[in-house]
Design a protein around this ligand. Structure first.
Ligand code: HDE
Length: 713
């Protein structure tokens, strides 16, 4: 995308930086200290004599070094690793029938947003490709104040009560004695905890599925997870579940690829988001809502307040209400992506909480964590966190206060300040909590309606395609295979038997366990000391939906190849016509073509024109691409067909079910591969036009390529 195009696009869409950015690029300016004094030597410390000690009075050195020493802030306890982008949300219509939220009140209304995606378990410097849940947090800078939809790419959670969150996170993070392993759940403490907590089984099915290995942030769904409330102007309430549906469809990588990508490019997802935006292929999602009128609260065979449950789309369809477009990369990662502070309690009138005990606990945690992470109560004044709606209140002081409040009074009621700032009436946009009737005893107890732990785990597993089920089985074999304790493995297999017998048997076989011998009761070990364990054991529920096709990744293939990366294997002498034709056709559809060659620099095509090489075979790998194109050109092939890295590149792409286009003399390289031993390879297109290849790449993978796993790379 050219600078001119970017400027035009920025002018069209609402954005926050005009309103808050305090950018500084130093161009044309002399260097100064933080006090604004000009610096004329930034190379040498102040010494007592040419070879003497450094003087304490060197205030420039001390200021520079002190600032550097304090450059880092504590990383997030969870979701430390992430990437973010600016964009906008556009409402599809007027939804005031359901909510008074202004950003959903008018067709075409645009609201600026900042979105941050993340992994959960790994440290800030860990790999993007961990098997993990992804955070999907969106800050809407609405005219009525900031609204944060702080969700995940999986619609349920491991636990039902926030009380257990520190335990869950301690169990999944690196073990406390040796801080191993990084960004991985495949270890004893995680599965020890999980195998004692049957409420986590539904989530475990999702995390062991390909959902936990997204191909790209732009190819994963997002979910608000909890049930929230919409409130309209008549004070009528609807329960609501939020969904983000990716326009590019839902796609994943395989576990073999994920592990290799973690070494080849641990920034794979960050880079993908950055490149997509820079190339003008803006990632897009549609916002969907499942709405349940208040009076239907108890109509379901699960509790709407239980965050380990979904509302199957077959029971309540998803209504699309708007579109999210991410069209601008951050200017500075630290200032924006690192300092942004989300909070599920940042609401606008028209959206409210429910009594989900997981959500209620989150309402405490997020402000609390910002206090230590961002250093004090004024984090809302950091540019990226500032609402575009003006802020007026009587909060004063605190570390790093930016606002200079004028006047004499900082309390309410006051007469000295003319009674200002005054309390807004409802009609002026005030927030009023839903008038829900609450009566009860103070009690620490889990409702019996939360005790069905298996029916939706079963629903999820049984709604997957055979290939997806195989991947879940392999994931569990891998994860539990890394667990050293036999007892934990057996307990887990015992738990899986309550989900699906075939699943349990297949996992047990991989672990060398006889499922018959696995312990059965009690399943739940998470109950108060004085409770009767029986009151906490899972209950059996026959669900009203037995299969939900919407739960398969295959249900949302998306359209086209926007954002896909295609590797073109070429060397000096590549056939100009065959290469250019494909490249142009792919780029026209929003895909990106990268030239991979035996050497870096540039290559000369058959017409003698120079083509810039993007990567030599040394610095890249097939796992970083969605498909491979081998253009012809006798001279090019003469070099590549003898290059073991080029041969492996093609074989590996074949192993990972990718489309491969072979044109003209490209067959010389193909013939050297192990994959070519198959007389009729699926998804390998010989001398076909670009349109056929593009159509294939849009399907993402050829899962029916049965011989793929045999490829020895
Ligand atoms: Fe979070 N979570 N969480 N979480 N969460 C944080 O807040 C917490 C939960 C989610 O990109 C922390 O600012 C508790 C569910 C996202 O900055 C912390 C519980 C869901 C992000 C915290 C949960 C989420 C966080 C760490 C159990 C999906 C990253 C840093 C009750 C609906 C936001 C921070 C970003 C971050 C607490 C469970 C989503 C510690 C106590 C369920 C996307 O406050």
């Amino acid at each position: 995308m050219t600078e001119k195009e970017k400027a035009e696009r920025n002018a069209e869409n609402p954005k926050t930086d005009d309103l808050y950015m305090n950018t500084e690029d130093g161009s044309g300016e002399a260097m100064t200290t933080n006090q604004g004094m000009r610096i004329n030597d930034d190379q040498n410390s102040l010494l007592a004599g040419e070879r003497g000690p450094t003087l304490m009075e060197d205030f420039h050195f001390r200021e520079k070094m002190t600032h550097f020493d304090h450059e880092r802030i504590p990383e997030r306890i969870v979701h430390a690793r992430g990437a973010g982008a600016h964009g906008y949300f556009e409402s599809y219509g007027d939804f005031s029938e359901f909510t008074q939220a202004g950003f959903l009140s008018e067709k075409g209304k645009k609201t600026p947003v900042f979105t941050r995606f993340s992994t959960v378990a790994g440290f800030k410097g860990s790999t993007d490709l961990a098997r993990d849940v992804r955070g999907f947090a969106v800050k809407f800078y609405t005219e009525e104040g900031n609204y944060d939809l702080v969700g995940n790419n999986i619609p349920v959670f491991f636990i039902q009560d926030a009380m257990k969150f520190p335990d869950l996170i301690h169990a999944v993070k690196p073990e406390q004695h040796n801080e191993i392993p990084q960004a991985a759940s495949a270890h004893d403490t995680f599965w020890d905890f999980i195998s004692l907590m049957p409420e986590s089984m539904h989530m475990i099915m999702w995390v062991m599925s390909d959902r936990a290995l997204p191909r790209s942030f732009s190819m994963m769904e997002g979910f608000g997870v909890h049930t929230f409330r919409f409130i309209n102007k008549k004070n009528e309430s609807f329960f609501v579940k939020f969904h983000w549906k990716p326009v590019a469809g839902t796609h994943s990588v395989t576990w073999d690829e994920a592990q290799k990508i973690s070494g080849q490019d641990p920034d794979f997802h960050r880079r993908d988001l950055w490149n997509a935006i820079e190339s003008g292929n803006f990632p897009e999602w549609e916002l969907g809502v499942q709405l349940v009128p208040e009076q239907d609260e108890h109509k379901f065979d699960f509790d709407l307040l239980d965050a380990t449950k979904i509302i199957p789309e077959e029971l309540v369809p998803v209504k699309l209400v708007g579109k999210l477009v991410l069209d601008r990369n951050p200017t500075n990662f630290f200032a924006e992506t690192e300092q942004i502070a989300f909070h599920p309690g940042h609401l606008v009138p028209g959206i409210d909480f429910t009594n989900d005990p997981l959500l209620q606990g989150r309402l405490f945690s997020y402000t609390d964590t910002q206090l230590s992470r961002l250093g004090g109560p004024n984090f809302a004044e950091i540019p990226i966190n500032r609402p575009i709606a003006p802020v007026h209140n009587n909060q004063r002081g605190g570390h790093m206060r930016q606002t200079i409040n004028t006047g004499q009074s900082s309390y309410h009621p006051n007469n000295i300040g003319g009674g200002c700032p005054f309390q807004a009436k409802m009609s002026e946009g005030g927030f009023v909590s839903h008038h829900e009737k609450i009566e009860g005893h103070k009690i620490r107890k889990r409702s019996r309606s939360f005790m069905d732990h298996f029916s939706q785990a079963k629903l999820f597993f049984e709604s997957q395609t055979e290939m997806e089920q195989d991947h879940i089985i392999s994931a569990l074999r891998f994860e539990l295979g890394k667990v050293k304790s036999e007892e934990i493995r057996e307990r887990m297999v015992g738990m899986l038997m309550y989900i699906n017998n075939e699943l349990a048997k297949a996992v047990a076989e991989g672990l060398g366990i006889n499922p018959i011998n696995t312990p059965k009761e009690p399943l739940n070990h998470s109950f108060p000391a004085d409770a009767d364990p029986k009151d906490y054991q899972p209950i059996d529920v026959s669900p009203s939906v037995e299969k939900s096709p919407a739960l398969s990744l295959m249900a949302r293939p998306g359209k086209g190849i926007k954002g896909r990366m295609i590797a073109a294997l070429a060397n000096d002498g590549v056939d100009a016509e065959s290469f250019e034709g494909f490249k142009n056709a792919i780029e026209k559809e929003g895909g990106q073509v990268k030239i991979i060659s035996a050497h870096a620099g540039s290559i000369a095509d058959s017409n003698g024109s120079a083509i810039k090489v993007d990567h030599s075979l040394l610095t890249t790998s097939s796992v970083l691409f969605d498909a491979v194109f081998i253009p012809g050109g006798a001279k090019s092939m003469e070099t590549l067909h003898k290059n073991p890295d080029a041969i492996r590149f093609v074989d590996e792409a074949y192993k990972h079910y990718k489309y491969i286009a072979v044109n003209g003399g490209g067959e010389q390289l193909w013939d050297m591969t192990y994959a070519s031993k198959n007389a009729n390879p699926k998804g390998v297109l010989f001398d076909q036009n670009a349109a056929a290849f593009i159509e294939g790449v849009a399907q993402h993978r050829i899962w029916e390529r049965e011989d793929a796993t045999r490829i020895p790379v």
